[in-house]
Design a protein around this ligand. Structure first.
Ligand SMILES: C[S@@+](CC[C@H](N)C(=O)[O-])C[C@H]1O[C@@H](n2cnc3c(N)ncnc32)[C@H](O)[C@@H]1O
Length: 250
């Protein structure tokens, strides 16, 4: 998969591919990450990428010419390699990101992430070139770079052959609409706290059932709307009921 990021801070974005899962995926050529600086698409001596807002008011706005030229350049490169490409603008005004949107994006061949700065991007760029707008949440960041890095990380870990174990991503929170179960490693007793007995039983069926029950239970406790919005089968209903009764008793 190919990521192209249009950013005034290419070093910041490139750092996402220097370590961890994304770093390994880049080294293994499972992803390609390219950064494009809008300043390289300016034509004046000052390499100006921003201008005062029409109508007055505080701050500056990113100019359209350098952004549109960068997007079109990348589109042309991708087209010459038969890479279908979508342009995403990171914006607090976009739809809020979630795992199913990430999953969908992970099926694309190429994504261009446009990172705004200042007061944002001239609206005409969005009208002319942007396919989708996505937000990290209902708060305002100084730039879209962290959003692009979040997308690169969360998409990359869903790509084939990226994670060590093929089930890892499928067991993560939200992949089937529930939160993940709790995890434990050695030592068996830490600070007087023991791990649940079932995890030492070696009985894979019991362990799977316990994990499912924990996932259902903690989703009900922490994000009840996720449980309310799904139809539980009889087994899940029973597991959840037992979990909640057990909590009441303790
Ligand atoms: C200071 S913000 C501009 C905010 C804009 N004036 C508004 O209120 O909608 C600068 C840039 O940060 C990015 N950004 C800010 N908040 C974001 C969020 N919640 N999710 C994704 N990107 C965000 C966008 O690319 C935006 O153009």
């Amino acid at each position: 998969m190919r990521f192209d990021v249009i950013t005034l801070f290419p070093d910041l974005v490139q750092s996402v591919a220097e370590s961890g899962v994304v770093g390994r995926a880049a080294k293994a050529d499972l992803i390609d990450l390219y950064c494009w600086n809008p300043r390289d698409y300016t034509t004046d001596v000052h390499r100006t990428v921003d201008g005062r807002p029409y109508g007055g008011g505080p701050g500056m706005v990113m100019k359209p010419e350098c952004l549109v030229d960068a997007i079109r350049d990348i589109r042309a490169i991708n087209a010459s390699k038969s890479i279908a490409t979508k342009v995403i603008y990171l914006s607090p005004q976009g739809k809020t990101l979630n795992q199913s949107a990430i999953k969908k994006m992970s099926t694309e061949q190429g994504l261009i992430f446009l990172c705004g700065r200042y007061e944002g991007v001239d609206e005409r760029v969005l009208e002319m070139e942007v396919d989708e707008e996505w937000s990290l949440g209902d708060y305002v960041l100084s730039g879209g770079e962290l959003g692009a890095m979040v997308l690169i990380d969360s998409i990359t870990r869903l790509l084939p052959d990226v994670l060590g174990h093929k089930d890892s991503a499928e067991q993560d929170s939200f992949s089937d609409g529930l939160l993940d179960c709790p995890h434990y490693t050695r030592p068996e007793v830490y600070a007087g706290k023991e791990i649940p007995d079932v995890l030492k039983s070696g009985n894979h069926q019991r362990i799977a059932k316990w994990r499912r029950q924990q996932a259902l239970g903690r989703t009900q406790q922490r994000r009840p709307e996720l449980v309310e919005n799904r139809i539980l089968d009889a087994e899940d209903k029973q597991l959840l009921q037992d979990f909640l009764e057990n909590i009441k008793e303790n």
